[in-house]
Design a protein around this ligand. Structure first.
Ligand SMILES: [Cu+2]
Length: 64
């Protein structure tokens, strides 16, 4: 299962890494691609969208 999230608040590669690490830390997540240009995170893994959104928000960014 792949989930695409709109992530706002990312301004540089550090932000991208922070979001990527936060999502990767979820055990069920197998792969994460984060695009700064698109403001988007594509997450592979059987994880409810709310859990992914919560992880991004915990890192200080907005996701929907
Ligand atoms: Cu940054």
């Amino acid at each position: 299962m792949t989930t695409t999230l709109k992530v706002t608040g990312m301004t540089c590669n550090h932000c991208v890494m922070a979001v990527k690490n936060a999502l990767s830390a979820i055990p069920e997540v197998s792969q994460v691609e984060v695009s700064l240009e698109k403001g988007e995170a594509v997450v592979s893994g059987d994880v409810p969208r709310e859990v992914l959104v919560a992880a991004v928000k915990e890192e200080g960014y907005e996701a929907e």
